[in-house]
Design a protein around this ligand. Structure first.
Ligand code: ADP
Length: 501
């Protein structure tokens, strides 16, 4: 473990936003039995806060609060709801530095990335504030002269949101912003590793004027909170971001109440480099898409597939560039790669490297736990990787880049699609016809063409196959929170009747 930080390096400046309670029905409260659990700094293992260990009873109370708040919130005009979301966005940006520091302390990512995440978090509020006013109905041509068909879009109701630890701030507003914009109310359960960002963001929401019960945030025992959200008939949508394994479990738990599901699950992103690619641009994008956030994002590249002709040059340049990445605590200046979230994350990265090496892969750089100790892992590049290795088949979720080769375009696409996941893919080519062909053939929800970056609030984020259901962000994202209701109106006079009567 690393040495603890000095006494002066506390979260004191962030105190106005630090919560040790949960927000239910507009009140900050603890667990019914007063139990709490510790939140630790992954860079040092130090306990930095304690938050309520809530369970079924508190979840049911939060659902009741959300249900009670629904009629008044959904009756507000879209403009009124938008004004609250806009104020919330402004407060987030005003407190960006404080929020970024909280995020880095509980999560580990470099401060620069945390600042970026807070801006991204606010962007969902700004975007969906505007989108609230664009939720419109339709008039569809009717089958008789005396009838009309009108389609309404209405809020689905109370929404349950379960979010992961890798984007502790952005995943809150990626769900809550469209939910509230649509007129829904929400019960949010952040990940147990990173509850502080969610609670701080909820406090700013309260200050922005979100009425009691409209946004509830509860922390605690994931299985019992999850079960209560899934089993409640009052919750009409479960929006989950996390592992495919837990997503599958929650989907099963939602089946008896026939709940709508929005699932953003694991990925196994391929990164295809064709012989006509710009090798320098491909390497820079590879570093971004693999090592951002220590490889702990669901759209991180998991499998590099590089054409034989470029393979030697790409792997050499890539390993040289990765060797220059700085590993350290997220709040140290100039750090590129922070710690992994926990010991399991570290063990998985180490296992994947060991398995690949045992099957003949070569470590070009890195390859094991970092000398900083704790959960720090060396940025690693492996070459001579083959499709059977675990590093190619399972999501590593760590700073390990596995580089395999291919010979033909068909082979590259087949390798890329040889996965039950289908979230993101990256394609590097300067041939426009190939870019179209390959993009259309890839079984994924998102493709980065000549870029290693995908996530923006204006685009529909989501996957196919076992990577999930539904889309988040963009004008499509709000649809998850809306139900269509059509209205067949009879007994009207025929068009033209007014002119003849
Ligand atoms: P990871 O493996 O990356 O931690 P998880 O899918 O386990 O991803 O976690 C994502 C979110 O799902 C977190 O908020 C976590 O608390 C929650 N979670 C984990 N297990 C359950 C469960 N059995 N029921 C409901 N939520 C769960």
């Amino acid at each position: 473990m690393k040495t603890p930080r000095s006494d002066t390096d506390t979260l004191e400046d962030e105190e106005p936003l630090l919560q040790d309670a949960c927000l239910v029905d507009g009140e900050w409260r603890g667990a019914d039995d007063g139990r709490t659990f510790a939140v630790t700094d992954p860079a040092t293992g130090e306990v930095i806060a304690s938050v309520p260990l809530m369970s079924t009873g508190e979840t049911e109370a939060a659902i009741r609060a959300a249900e009670a708040a629904l009629p008044a919130w959904s009756a507000r005009t879209a403009k009124e709801r938008a004004a609250v979301l806009s104020r919330w966005a402004a407060l987030l940006l005003e407190h960006r530095e404080r929020l970024a520091r909280i995020l880095t302390r509980e999560q580990g990512k470099p401060l620069a990335e945390a600042r970026g995440e807070i801006a991204y978090t606010a962007s969902f509020l700004t975007f969906f504030a505007a989108e609230a006013e664009r939720v419109r109905g339709e008039v569809i041509p009717a089958s008789t002269r005396e009838s009309r068909i009108v389609v309404l879009r209405q809020p689905i109701g109370v929404v349950g949101c379960v979010t992961p630890w890798n984007f502790p701030a952005a995943m809150i507003t990626r769900k809550a912003a469209p939910a509230l914009a649509a007129g829904c109310t929400a019960v949010v359960k952040p990940a147990e590793q990173t509850p502080l960002s969610a609670l701080a963001i909820a406090e700013l929401g309260r200050q922005a004027g979100i009425p009691p019960g409209v946004l509830n945030v509860i922390t605690g025992d994931a299985p019992s909170i999850g079960r209560a959200l899934c089993e409640s008939p009052a919750v009409r949508l479960l929006s989950f971001t996390g592992s495919t394994e837990v997503g599958r479990l929650l989907a099963a738990q939602c089946a008896p109440t026939v709940k709508k599901l929005s699932l953003e699950l694991g990925g196994n992103a391929p990164f295809l480099v064709f012989p006509d690619a710009d090798p320098e641009a491909a390497v820079e994008a590879a570093v971004l898409s693999k090592f951002r956030h220590s490889g702990q994002t669901c759209v991180c590249t998991n499998r590099f597939l590089v054409h034989d002709d470029l393979y030697p040059e790409f792997t050499e340049r890539f390993a040289e560039r990765v060797g220059r990445l700085t590993v350290g605590s997220g709040d140290e200046p100039g750090v590129d790669v922070g710690p992994l979230i926990d010991a399991d994350g570290l063990a998985k990265a180490a296992d994947h490297v060991a398995d690949a090496v045992a099957q003949g892969a070569e470590v070009m750089v890195g390859g094991g736990p970092h000398r900083a100790g704790g959960t720090f892992f060396e940025p690693t590049v492996l070459r001579g990787v083959t499709p059977a290795m675990r590093v190619m088949r399972e999501e590593t979720f760590g700073p390990v880049a596995a580089v395999a080769s291919f010979h033909t375009e068909r082979e590259a696409v087949d390798l890329a699609n040889d996965s039950r996941s289908g979230l993101a893919a990256y394609v590097f080519t300067r041939d426009l016809a190939r870019a179209w062909r390959v993009t259309e053939a890839l079984e994924v929800g998102m493709v980065g063409l000549n870029t290693g970056f995908l996530s923006v609030e204006t685009a529909p984020f989501g996957g196919v196959k076992e990577s999930g259901l539904g889309r988040e962000g963009s004008h499509h994202g709000i649809e998850e929170f809306l139900e269509l209701k059509f209205w067949h109106i009879g007994g009207l006079s025929s068009p033209g009747a007014a002119a003849t009567s």
